[in-house]
Design a protein around this ligand. Structure first.
Ligand SMILES: [Zn+2]
Length: 66
């Protein structure tokens, strides 16, 4: 028996987050994770990926901002 209907807590404060780079998941957004908004989409990066991605985030902001 499969429960197909999973209740979605739309107003929930904590939702599971998925790293947009390596696919790592966390129940709630850890402090070490980085949240980046690109093209109106909120992306999350885990600690490891954030280190690598932060440079491209910053450089991309520099080039895309102006
Ligand atoms: Zn990651």
């Amino acid at each position: 028996m499969v429960n197909e209907r999973t209740p979605e807590p739309s107003g929930s404060r904590t939702r599971s987050v998925v790293c947009s780079r390596c696919g790592a998941t966390a129940d709630s957004l850890p402090l070490t994770w980085t949240c980046s908004v690109e093209n109106g989409t909120r992306l999350y990066f885990c600690e490891n990926c954030a280190r690598d991605h932060i440079r491209s985030i910053e450089s991309r902001l520099d080039s895309a901002w102006w």
